[in-house]
Design a protein around this ligand. Structure first.
Ligand code: NAD
Ligand code: UDP
Length: 325
């Protein structure tokens, strides 16, 4: 779609998914303001956009009052929030405030500009799900006092706030429930399973499997997720949360074995304790995305892993610090 008349605010735009959104918007002719506090984002993700007259960067925390804008945004994307458990648990209070106060600040920008708002929510709103696969009408099973709550409950509150704005006619909004996404630009020290295992395999270090490795996830390649997000932002009809993920479900053990095969690594697989409240199974029902957006993932796990391995290899070659594990 041509986006020549669009002016987009992309909060969290220096991060993994947000930077790919910035690229797609710029490529289509939009003006993009990327706002990021660089908690987990990296300048390298957007360095190639520096100097483009349609791109600007503001270093700012969404929890703090937002600047007064000279331009009128047509679209506001909210990707601002660390997505990896070790990062979002490092300062849980800030994570919760990012999701609640930060989302409110961005919703108010959308309201003031008459812009459409998109919230990057998460499959984590389903918690350790009792329904499988997870449909959007499933209300979830979350431990609100556990170490993941700052993120899970923060995102649930962000969704609640978003739909309150919609009900009150204060802005138009879309909510994407993103399932585990991976691909180029994932940070080597991100701490999630795919980047950890690939970096460990490339360096010949032990592969750390938490628990017995039988827990499952469904991994979606970033290009597929980004395509779904843009289609969702542009979609018509009433606001409703939409799952975006790849229904191909894989155990963590099987994932690690796949990565070992693709890298040709001799690393050993070693066990580590399963983190508290780690969901046992996760797979999206993407019926709603298929119907509303005519969207489904197109990249297979092997193809996506191969691209991600190449990316992380290039990071190793350029001397970027590898995962701590
Ligand atoms: P990421 O950590 O790479 O990106 C998050 C970005 O937000 C970073 O650039 C970070 O610096 C910025 N940020 C964090 N807190 C901020 C704050 N208070 N103010 C301003 N900027 C802030 O993570 P990602 O994987 O790109 O995830 C992007 C969004 O998508 C997040 O909201 C995440 O919850 C959501 N999501 C991601 C996944 C996934 O698998 N990657 C799954 C579900 C949901
Ligand atoms: N995990 C693992 N080894 C690692 C990192 C994660 O076995 O080095 C496990 C983790 O316990 C979880 C799964 O892999 O069961 C996915 O973890 P990730 O942090 O990537 O995503 P999330 O738990 O947020 O879905």
């Amino acid at each position: 779609m041509k986006r020549g008349a669009q002016v987009a605010l992309v909060a969290g735009g220096a991060g993994f998914i947000g930077s790919h959104i910035c690229d797609r918007l710029i490529d289509a002719g939009a003006y993009v303001v990327c706002l990021d506090n660089f908690l987990t984002g990296r300048l390298e993700n957007i360095a190639h956009l520096e100097g483009n007259h349609r791109f600007s960067l503001i270093e700012h925390d969404v929890v703090d009052p937002l600047p007064r804008w000279a331009m009128r945004f047509t679209h506001v994307f909210n990707f601002a929030c660390a997505a990896s458990p070790p990062h979002y648990q490092a300062d849980p209070e800030h994570t919760l405030l990012t999701n609640v106060v930060g989302t409110r600040n961005l919703l108010q920008v959308a309201e003031q500009c008459g812009a459409r708002f998109l919230l990057a929510s998460t499959s984590e709103v389903y918690g350790d799900a009792e329904q499988h696969p997870q449909r959007e009408d499933y209300r979830g099973a979350i431990n609100c006092t556990g170490p993941r709550a700052c993120y899970d409950e923060g995102k649930r509150a962000a969704e609640a706030l978003t739909f309150d704005f919609v009900r009150a006619g204060r802005c138009e909004a879309r909510v994407a429930r993103i399932f585990n996404t991976y691909g180029p630009r994932i940070s080597p020290d991100d701490g999630r399973v795919i980047s950890n295992v690939i970096c460990q395999a490339l360096e010949g270090r032990d592969i750390t499997i938490y628990g017995d490795g039988s827990q499952t996830r469904s991994f979606c390649f970033v290009d597929d997720t980004v395509e779904g997000l843009l289609r969702l932002m542009d979609s018509t009809g009433p606001a409703a949360p939409v799952n975006l993920g790849n229904p191909e479900e894989v155990s963590v053990q099987a994932l690690a074995e796949r990565i070992l095969a693709l890298t040709g690594s001799n690393s050993r697989i070693v066990g580590r304790p399963l983190p508290e409240d780690d969901p046992r199974r996760r797979r999206p029902d993407i019926g709603r995305a298929r119907q509303l957006l005519d969207w489904q993932p197109t990249v297979t796990l092997d193809t996506g892993l191969t691209a991600t391995i190449a990316w992380l290899e290039s990071q190793v070659a350029s001397g970027v610090l590898l995962a701590a594990e």
